[in-house]
Design a protein around this ligand. Structure first.
Ligand code: GDP
Length: 309
């Protein structure tokens, strides 16, 4: 990475911003472009920008993302925008001879009933979870594009599948966010409003794995430098927790002492989603912080930056 021109596509998002923070610790030339200056869904504009800026390494962190509700309510955005963004960047990266491209997907690309922990080999081995099918299909197409360019044109394009992420810069909007920022905000507001209950969507039984976004960024840069193959690589912490236990831990970190109420009218989504991270460990990265430490740091960040939003 030293001395290279590295484009972080999607640098304003939670993941992109974490990648830029991490890259700032190295001696590379970081390229970014804001959404207002380049719409990545526009193929001609994307090609022109990439030809002019000539990145040597590209990390595709640009995507339309959201939680269980947003995914179900905005199917076209989650499918079309993600397909266009990844297809434009990947195809142009091949045209301009980018040395390495890293495509970021998600563990929700795996079948709903995949054997746990989920191995990379299980991609496309069964039906997807309906609540995030639009996003998953777009991301699967991105993984396949990387494999196709590698197979047909020998391009060093890899794809990584991060588990559920959290950390600075997360989306705290209660309708569109993921569970962890939503619970953090709900617990904070319940505490300051002296409320007696906090409502958790679904039954609280689903199991999820969480990774702090700064750990993800460290892992992505490590894998970028040490891995080159067709097979995607899962990026996770290797630990899972039920949504009910997550809610209890969040309340504990925030200092909310009321009780939890579960709302079964909201969907549970996939019952369990734990990534098998043996491949990541064999490449040499195993450095995730504990969930409690990550939550404490994220709550401090929330109090500094989001309390009035
Ligand atoms: P998923 O991992 O793709 O299913 O996305 P989410 O992070 O949005 O949801 C994970 C799980 O947390 C689901 O079972 C949700 O029903 C549950 N959950 C509990 N409370 C909340 C909440 O306030 N917001 C969200 N987004 N999910 C919640």
């Amino acid at each position: 990475m030293e001395g290279k021109r590295i484009w972080v596509a999607g640098h304003r998002g939670m993941v992109g911003a974490a990648l830029v923070r991490q890259l700032n610790k190295t001696n590379c030339d970081i390229l970014t472009v804001s959404h207002k200056d380049l719409d990545l869904r526009d193929q001609a504009a994307t090609r022109l920008w990439m030809k002019n800026h000539k990145p040597e390494v590209v990390i595709v962190a640009a995507a339309r993302v959201g939680g269980i509700a947003a995914n179900s309510n905005r199917p076209t955005a989650f499918l079309y925008d993600n397909l266009m963004i990844e297809a434009n960047i990947i195809e142009c990266a091949a045209q301009i001879d980018v040395q390495k491209l890293v495509f970021l997907g998600s563990t929700c690309v795996y079948p709903r009933d995949a054997k746990q922990p989920i191995r990379e080999e299980d991609l496309l081995s069964g039906p997807l979870e309906k609540t995030n099918e639009w996003y998953a299909i777009a991301k699967i197409a991105g993984i396949k594009l990387c494999q196709a360019y590698r197979q047909e044109f020998g391009r060093d394009f890899i794809s990584l599948q991060p588990t559920n992420l959290y950390g600075p810069g997360d989306n705290y909007d209660l309708e569109t966010s993921h569970v962890l920022p939503a619970l953090l905000r709900k617990a904070h507001e319940a505490k300051i409003n002296d409320a007696s209950v906090l409502t958790v969507w679904g039954t609280g039984k689903p199991l999820r794995e969480f990774l702090h976004v700064d750990d993800l960024a460290e892992a992505v840069l490590f894998v970028t430098q040490h891995y080159s193959d067709m097979m995607p690589v899962n990026i996770g912490s290797g630990e899972e927790i039920s949504i009910a236990d997550l809610a209890k831990t969040v309340c504990d970190v925030v200092g909310f002492k009321g009780s939890l109420v579960f709302n079964p009218d909201r969907p549970d989504g996939t019952p369990r989603k734990l990534a098998d991270i043996s491949r990541l460990r064999s490449i040499g990265w195993n450095n995730a912080r504990s969930l409690r430490t990550g939550l404490q740091q994220t709550y401090e960040d929330f109090q500094r930056n989001h309390r009035d939003k």
